[in-house]
Design a protein around this ligand. Structure first.
Ligand SMILES: [Zn+2]
Ligand SMILES: [Zn+2]
Length: 372
């Protein structure tokens, strides 16, 4: 099923204010309420979708997260997920929503002058994720205008006057149905002032697109899907307003030896049949640079997992390390010399069947099955 955009679901514009969203939701919820449609499945699904959309768009924080990342903001809640608590309540509070919340004058949207949050996808090697790493990245985005230092003025003198639309309040009130709605002033975008002599470089915005290098610290233990917030390094705000944040989205490169499950490192280790039968040891390169020696017990089987505690991945925001697991794959020889073949033939001549009890029991069962 294609997931519909929440704004489309409610039939409102992206920039719609809270009252518009509320009104649209109320109409749709009434129209698709399962009680009215005698429990029709399609209507019920739609009702649920509408509620899910409203649950997000009514909450300024969830809405901002959705605007930035779409539904992804509420999925893949891995470690370090800044939106981990922004889940849905499903049906639980639908009725309080319908009958209670329309009268609740929820707060106005966040300051429109604030800079947007930015996303930066970063790819790391397993070694980098293990030890943590400092990376230099290049971000191209609105940054504080260097010509006017973010003031938006042409020259050093004061160049603003009080906004006439809102009288300097930064907000305007409007009647909408039964409600009086307060929203950011469209003329001054909430600042209460307008620029009379704007800076030529930024047209009075106080910010302009620029490229900047940024050094970011990635903590040890991050994994695919980890998001790291770098506070204040997002887009600059309008005329010195607060900047947005930068979010690093971590992606992991494939490793030549290890697969990873959380803090466990797993290596598939081919082992010769003699080592498997007689015992031996293998060495793996630990991510901390030390060699990890793992003892192979005589009689080890393919698929057996030999665990070396504390030699795995570092724990994000924690202490210690996970485990390292060697997954044994017994390798049958394919290039035997004449001499070796002869020795194995001699060995076979001594076999009683008791050397490999599993094979013996399996084929005895198979015989019973055929005979019985
Ligand atoms: Zn400027
Ligand atoms: Zn204004």
């Amino acid at each position: 099923m294609v997931e519909q955009d929440y704004y489309d679901l409610l039939g409102v514009a992206r920039g719609a204010d809270d009252a518009t969203i509320k009104a649209a939701y109320r109409n749709l919820a009434k129209e698709h309420h399962p009680d009215r449609k005698n429990g029709c499945k399609e209507s019920e699904a739609r009702f649920k979708a509408i509620n899910e959309a409203y649950d997000v768009l009514k909450d300024p924080q969830k809405r901002a997260a959705y605007d930035r990342f779409g539904r992804a903001a509420f999925q893949n809640g891995g470690n370090g997920d800044p939106f981990a608590d922004a889940g849905f309540n499903g049906f639980s509070d639908i009725f309080s929503t319908i009958f209670g919340e329309f009268m609740d004058p929820r707060g106005a949207r966040q300051n429109a002058a604030r800079g947007a949050d930015l996303r930066y996808d970063i790819e790391l090697s397993l070694e980098e994720a293990f030890s943590g790493v400092e990376k230099t990245i290049t971000v191209e985005a609105n940054a504080r205008c260097e010509v006017c230092d973010g003031r938006g003025c042409n020259g050093l003198d004061r160049c603003t006057s009080t906004c006439r639309t809102c009288g300097g309040a930064g907000k305007v009130r409007a009647q909408q149905g039964f409600f009086v709605v307060e929203r950011g002033c469209p003329t001054c975008r909430g600042s209460g002032e307008v620029i009379t002599d704007p800076c030529a470089n930024c047209q009075g915005e106080g910010r302009a697109i620029s490229q900047r290098k940024l050094s970011v610290k990635v903590p040890a233990g991050v994994d695919e899907g980890t998001r790291i917030r770098v506070a204040g390094e997002g887009e600059a705000g309008i005329r010195g307003a607060a900047g947005g944040d930068l979010y690093l989205f971590v992606h992991m490169k494939r490793h030549a030896i290890y697969a990873r499950e959380g803090t466990t490192l797993i290596a598939d280790c081919p082992v010769s049949f003699t080592a498997a039968a007689l015992g031996g040891s293998i060495s793996l390169p630990g991510l901390d640079g030390h060699q990890v020696d793992i003892k192979i017990p005589a009689g080890v089987q393919s698929g057996e997992q030999l665990r070396h505690r504390g030699s795995g991945m570092s724990v994000l925001n924690g202490r210690g390390r996970g485990d390292l697991v060697a997954r044994i794959l017994v390798e049958t020889p394919t290039r035997l010399s004449k001499e070796q073949k002869k020795l194995l033939e001699e060995f076979r001549a001594t076999e009683t069947g008791d050397e490999c009890p599993n094979a013996k029991s399996f084929f005895s069962r198979a015989r019973d099955f055929l005979g019985g």
